[in-house]
Structure formats: structure tokens, C-alpha cells
Design a binder for this molecule. Structure first.
Ligand code: FAD
Length: 298
């Protein structure tokens, strides 16, 4: 289907994009990679009267290390993150970028667009939540920095004002003796996950866990932090027994809906299996092992 007619505006700078959004009002939407917005427009689930194109704003595509942070420009494509040496030093970030859809989507889709879209089945939110992430937003009053957990409000809802945009994403680099992994179960590459699990561990030594972060994607209206599952691991040996207990607790925290990607019961069972796999990979990575993880396709 064709989208409703709209007016196209090309912003040359961030202040110009903000001012266009302000002048055009709530009928205007930003265009980044177009990988969510354009399909929605073609289905007429979104019909903005104006599109403000960010793609010609210079200086928004980068992955940089700065102190204890990885800084990513809002317009950085998933494929650029997948190929970035800096990003690959945080393996869970690479797991996520490399597993999104297919190369066509990864070449166009952006990190800023993914977070602004706040799709409950998007892969980035669970991964960035377990790392500790801040979102730099730009509006008429200048910049503000928001923790990702506060930025994401509900399914498809963020704290962004209609005339505000995402400028940069700041990801905290994990301390030494850390390991993380992100594994999703998908029916095929170019579809969203049926369930996804992000795990980030920081260890006291090779067995005892100091800090555990777990987030579940696609099994709730926003990414879910299964706090009991994290608590099971904190200060304890990470072994078969504690992994089983954490997986069980995470399964109970999941709140999935039955849909074309599977029944709610099936997705809960998926969560339990994915938590075990992700914990195993994260633990091995925390010990310095090179572990390749891949999504499950079924
Ligand atoms: C076939 C297919 C499969 C996909 N599979 C997956 C998947 O498995 N996992 C996954 O995570 N994603 C998946 N996606 C989505 C993809 O990751 C998109 O890149 C992402 O959802 C949106 O990014 P975008 O840059 O394309 O944003 P756009 O589609 O351009 O914009 C999305 C929304 O965000 C707003 N926006 C964009 N940039 C900004 C900004 N800087 N500041 C404020 N608002 C902004 C837009 O106005 C719009 O409302 C898939 C997409 C397709 C087409």
C-alpha cells in the first residue's frame, strides 16, 4: 500500500531539525533509517503530514570510546555498530547489533530510531538496560540526559517531547571480570524476536557473582528486569543450581502475550531456556573465553 501524501523536509543540523519539528507541530515525524516508520506509513498505521529527514545532518553517525563510556551517535546504523572495533569490546553490544533482522535492515536502521520507537520487541532496550545507558536528548531548551529506564515509558512511548530528538546514546563500559550475552529466539532472521534475554555479570572471582543484570525483551510491554532472578545470583556462585533458579525466576517475571510468534506459555519456556544459555555464555566471557553466541531460529 502507498502512504498518505506527506511533505518532505531535509534538516541540515540538529537545531534546524528541532526548529522544524517545533514549527510543523505534532503532525511531523523524524525520519532516520525508515525501517519502522516507512512500513507503518505504508500500512497507514502512521500518517504524518510532514517528515523531517535527519539523514543529511552531519556528525550523528559514530561509535567512540570516551573514558568509561561508549558513545554512539543517534543516526549510527546497526551495521556500523556490528562492525565497530570499539563496540566489539562490549560483546553483548556486538551480539545485539549483529542479530537484528537482515543486513538490509541493519544497513539502514539506527540506534536512535530504535530507542525512540520503543517497540516492545526491539532488541536494543534489554541489552542497553543491563549495561547502564543514558540517552542524550535535544530540544528547544538545549540538551538533557535521561537514564534509559526513565526514557522508556511504555510500549511505543518514551519521554521525548514531540519537538525533541535523540542525539546520542552513552553506554557504560563494564568493569573488569565482566561478561555479557544477548540471545533471542526468532522464527527467521528478518522478523522480531519471540523472546530475547540480555545478561551482564560482574564477577568477584571466576565463580562468585558480584553484580548481575538480566533483562527480558518481547515478553512484556517494555523490557522487563526480573529482579528476583538477579538477586538469586548476586553474591553467590554461578553454577548449575543458581543458573536453574535464576532461569525459573526470570520465567515467572515474564509477562508475554500470545500472538503470531507463539503462545504466552511457549514464550515463558523460551525465556527460561534463553536465560540459561545467556548466563552460561556471560560467565565464560567473564573468564576471558571467546564465546560466539547466535540467536536461535525456529
Ligand atoms: C523487516 C524488518 C525486521 C526488523 N527486525 C528487527 C529486529 O529483529 N530487532 C529490532 O530491534 N529491530 C528490528 N527492526 C527495526 C529496525 O531495527 C529499525 O531500525 C528500528 O526500529 C527503527 O530505526 P530507524 O532508524 O529505521 O527509525 P525510523 O523508522 O526512521 O523511525 C522510527 C521512529 O523513531 C523516530 N525517530 C527516529 N530517529 C529519531 C531520533 N534520533 N530522535 C527521536 N526520534 C527519532 C521516528 O520519528 C519514528 O517515529 C526491523 C525492521 C524491519 C523493516
Amino acid at each position: 500500500m502507498y502512504p498518505r501524501a506527506f511533505r518532505y523536509h531535509r534538516a541540515a543540523s540538529l537545531p534546524e531539525a528541532v526548529s522544524m519539528l517545533t514549527d510543523l507541530g505534532e503532525e511531523a515525524r523524524l525520519l532516520a533509517g525508515g525501517q519502522s516508520l516507512i512500513p507503518l506509513m505504508k500500512l497507514r498505521l502512521a500518517s504524518p503530514a510532514h517528515l523531517v529527514d535527519l539523514n543529511f545532518v552531519p556528525g550523528l553517525e559514530y561509535v567512540r570510546e570516551l573514558g568509561n563510556e561508549l558513545r554512539v551517535g543517534a543516526l549510527t546504523r546497526h551495521a556500523q555498530i556490528e562492525e565497530s572495533q570499539e563496540a566489539s569490546r562490549i560483546p553483548i553490544v556486538h551480539d545485539c547489533a549483529a542479530g537484528i533482522a537482515d543486513i538490509q535492515v541493519r544497513n539502514r536502521g539506527t540506534l536512535g530510531g530504535s530507542l525512540a520507537e520503543a517497540d516492545p520487541t526491539g532488541d536494543w532496550a534489554p541489552v542497553l538496560l543491563v549495561l547502564g545507558t543514558e540517552v542524550v536528548c535535544q530540544g528547544t531548551g538545549g540538551e538533557r540526559t535521561v537514564k534509559l529506564e526513565d526514557f522508556l515509558v511504555d510500549a511505543f512511548v518514551t519521554t521525548l517531547a514531540p519537538n525533541e530528538l535523540v542525539k546520542e546514546i552513552r553506554i557504560a563500559k563494564p568493569p573488569k571480570k565482566s561478561g555479557g550475552a544477548y540471545i533471542a529466539a526468532k522464527r527467521s532472521a528478518p522478523v522480531y524476536a519471540s523472546a530475547g534475554v540480555a545478561v551482564q555479570l560482574t564477577m568477584e572471582d571466576s565463580n562468585v557473582c558480584r553484580e548481575a543484570g538480566i533483562a527480558l525483551g518481547a515478553v512484556g510491554l517494555t523490557a522487563i528486569r526480573p529482579r528476583e532472578a538477579e538477586q538469586v545470583l548476586r553474591g553467590k556462585a554461578v553454577d548449575a543450581k543458581s543458573i536453574e533458579a535464576a532461569a525459573e525466576a526470570a520465567m515467572h517475571a515474564a509477562d508475554p502475550q500470545s500472538d503470531m510468534r507463539g503462545s504466552a506459555e511457549y514464550k515463558r519456556v523460551l525465556v527460561r531456556a534463553l536465560v540459561k544459555r545467556a548466563l552460561d555464555a556471560a560467565l565464560r566471557r567473564s573468564r576471558g573465553e571467546r564465546v560466539e553466541v547466535s540467536h536461535l531460529y525456529a
